[in-house]
Design a protein around this ligand. Structure first.
Ligand code: NAD
Length: 480
C-alpha cells in the first residue's frame, strides 16, 4: 500500500478501500492506492499550516535554491522517473521523457521566483505619499491531478506554489500514484522544512475534503469537465481561489493549401500520441473542401504504420490505454459511431499484441463522415480514435468549433497567412496551433482552455501561476 507524505514523514493511511494500480501494457497490478478518509486531509492541512509562517518568511532567493536542487535531482533521476511514468501509465518511453522534460521546465521557471515575485510601486501618489504592491503568498494550497500525465501535471503547480512561499498538498490520480511517490522522495532531499510539501492519496472523499477544508486557501484541479466544474463550484463556495482545468474536444483544421507531407506526421501524432489520452489531442479533423481525400488517405496510412505495444520497448510508437475499464469505454464509442452512421475507415479493435496478451491495447481507429450531432463528434473519447468531418469553408470549420462547449486547444494546417490569422483570431479555444499539432504552451506561457475546458481566471504556469499563488498587497505610506 502506498504511504502518504505528511509533515516531512512517510505515514500509512488508515484506509480500508484501495484502488489497484496497473501496468497497462501487461494488465498486472503493481501497487494499491489507499482511498484515504477525510481525516487524513486534515492532518496534511495541519502540517502545511504549521510550516507556513516560517516558510513564507524565508527569502525568495532561498526558496528558489530548493527548486534548483529539485531540478538537479529530477535530471539525475530522469530516466528512472520516465520509466515509472511508462510503467504506470502505458505511454511510450519517449512520450514519458517528453512530458517529464515539460515538467522540469516548470521547475526551471520557478527558479526565477525572485524576479517573478517582484511587485511595483510609485512615489508621490499624493505629495509625500508613496504606494507599493508586494506579492505575498496566500497560505496552504492544494492540487488534484488526472491520470494522463503522472509526472508533469503535478509540476504545473507544486514548484510555483512553494517557491512563492505557500505550503502545499498534492492528491495525485489514484490510477498513477507511483511517479509522485518517487518525486516526493526527491523533494525530501531538497532542504524543505517539514510540512511544506505533502502528499495524500485518495479519490472522491479526499477531493471533497480539499474543497471544503477551511484551512486551504487555493485549489488547482486538472481532470474531466464534470469533475472540474464540481470542484470549481464546491471550492469557490467554500471561499477559495480555484483554477479548474477540464476536458476537451479538439478540432484540427486542414486547408487545401496545407503542406501535406510535413503536416500529416504532425497531425497523426496529435491524434495518436499518448494513445489519444491528452487534453490537447486532436479529436475531430476538419478537412476543408478538397483537403478531405488526401487527408483521409494519408491519415489512414500513417495510423496503420504505428507500432502498438509495450511503451518500454524501443520500437513501439503507441502504448495501451490506461485501464481495462477505459478500453471498454473507448470501444463503446467505436460501437456507437458505427450505429450512428459514421464510416469506419480503419478499425483498431482486432489488434492484438502477441507478447502482451493482457495489456489494455486498442489499435488506431479512423472514422469518416463524423458529424457534430453524433456522440463521437461531441464527447471526449480520450483514446486512439480519430474522426473526420468534411467542411466546405474555413468559416464552416470555425462554426463547428464554436458550437462545441469545450474550447481547450485547436490547430490549423495551411500555407496561407490570411487563413491562419483569421483562424487564430476567431478560434474559441485558448490554445491555438498554426501548423502545430499539439498546441502546448511552454512553462513560461499560460496553459489552459476556455468555456467548459477551464473554470477560473488565472491559468496554469507562466506569470499566471505566480499571480494565482500570491496576493498583491498594496501599501500606501506617509511619514510625518
Ligand atoms: P477525472 O476527472 O476522472 O479525475 C481527475 C481527478 O479527479 C482525479 O484525481 C480523481 O481522483 C478525481 N475525481 C474523479 N472523480 C471524482 C469525483 N466524482 N469527485 C471528486 N473527485 C473526483 O479525470 P481523469 O480521467 O483522471 O483525466 C482525464 C481527463 O482530464 C480528461 O477529460 C482530460 O481532457 C482532462 N485533462 C485536462 C487537462 C487540461 O489541461 N485541461 C490536462 C490533462 C487532463
Amino acid at each position: 500500500m502506498l504511504p502518504h507524505f505528511i509533515g516531512g514523514r512517510w505515514t500509512s493511511s488508515s484506509a480500508t478501500e484501495f484502488v489497484p494500480v496497473h501496468n497497462p501494457a501487461r494488465g498486472e497490478v503493481i501497487a494499491r492506492t489507499p482511498l484515504a478518509p477525510k481525516s487524513e486531509v486534515d492532518a496534511a492541512v495541519q502540517a502545511a499550516a504549521a510550516a507556513f509562517p516560517e516558510w513564507c518568511d524565508t527569502p525568495p532567493v532561498a526558496r528558489a535554491q530548493t527548486m534548483f536542487k529539485f531540478k538537479q535531482l529530477l535530471e539525475d533521476h530522469f530516466e528512472e522517473i520516465a520509466r515509472i511514468v511508462t510503467t504506470e501509465h502505458g505511454k511510450t518511453l519517449d512520450e514519458s521523457r517528453g512530458s517529464l522534460r515539460r515538467g522540469i521546465e516548470c521547475v526551471e521557471v520557478a527558479c526565477g521566483a525572485p524576479s517573478m515575485l517582484m511587485g511595483y510601486g510609485l512615489e508621490n501618489v499624493g505629495r509625500n505619499i508613496d504606494c507599493s504592491v508586494m506579492r505575498q503568498p496566500i497560505g496552504v494550497c492544494a492540487a488534484i491531478s488526472p491520470f494522463n500525465f503522472p509526472a508533469m501535471v503535478p509540476l504545473w503547480f507544486l514548484p510555483f506554489a512553494i517557491v512563492s512561499g505557500n505550503t502545499f498538498i498534492l492528491k495525485p490520480s489514484e490510477q498513477v500514484p507511483l511517479s509522485q511517490k518517487r518525486m516526493f522522495e526527491l523533494l525530501e532531499r531538497c532542504d524543505l522544512p517539514p510540512g511544506v510539501v505533502n502528499l495524500v492519496h485518495g479519490g472522491k472523499a479526499v477531493v471533497e475534503a480539499i474543497c471544503d477544508h477551511p484551512g486551504i486557501r487555493a485549489v488547482s484541479f486538472v481532470g474531466s469537465t464534470p469533475i472540474a466544474r464540481l470542484v470549481y463550484q464546491r471550492a469557490t463556495h467554500a471561499g477559495k481561489r480555484v483554477q479548474a482545468l477540464g476536458g476537451a474536444k479538439n478540432f484540427i483544421v486542414v486547408m487545401p493549401d496545407a503542406d501535406f507531407e510535413k503536416s500529416m506526421p504532425v497531425i497523426t501524432e496529435s491524434f495518436y500520441g499518448c494513445a489519444g489520452e491528452r487534453c490537447l489531442a486532436g479529436s475531430v479533423l476538419l478537412p476543408v473542401g478538397d483537403a478531405h481525400k488526401t487527408t483521409r488517405e494519408m491519415l489512414i496510412e500513417a495510423a496503420k504504420s504505428l507500432k502498438v505495444g509495450d511503451g518500454l520497448d524501443d520500437n513501439v510508437t503507441m502504448g495501451p490505454v490506461i485501464s481495462a475499464k477505459h478500453r471498454e469505454r473507448v470501444l463503446g464509442f467505436v460501437e456507437q459511431g458505427g450505429k450512428e452512421g459514421a464510416k469506419l475507415a480503419l478499425d483498431g479493435r482486432p489488434l492484438k499484441v502477441d507478447d502482451r496478451p493482457n495489456g489494455f491495447f486498442l489499435g488506431p481507429t479512423v472514422f469518416d463522415e463524423v458529424s457534430p450531432s453524433m456522440v463521437i463528434g461531441t464527447e471526449e473519447i480520450f483514446g486512439p480514435v480519430a474522426g473526420l468531418h468534411r467542411v466546405k469553408t474555413l468559416d464552416d470549420a470555425i462554426a463547428v468549433m464554436d458550437a462545441h462547449p469545450n474550447a481547450n486547444a485547436t490547430s490549423i494546417f495551411t500555407t496561407s497567412g490570411k487563413a491562419a490569422r483569421e483562424f487564430a483570431h476567431k478560434a474559441t479555444a485558448s490554445m491555438v496551433g498554426v501548423n502545430i499539432g499539439v498546441a502546448a504552451p511552454m512553462s513560461y506561457f499560460p496553459f489552459g482552455g476556455a468555456r467548459d475546458s477551464f473554470f477560473g481566471d488565472l491559468k496554469v504556469h507562466g506569470r499566471d501561476a505566480f499571480q494565482f499563488y500570491t496576493d498583491g498587497k498594496v501599501t500606501i505610506s506617509r511619514w510625518f
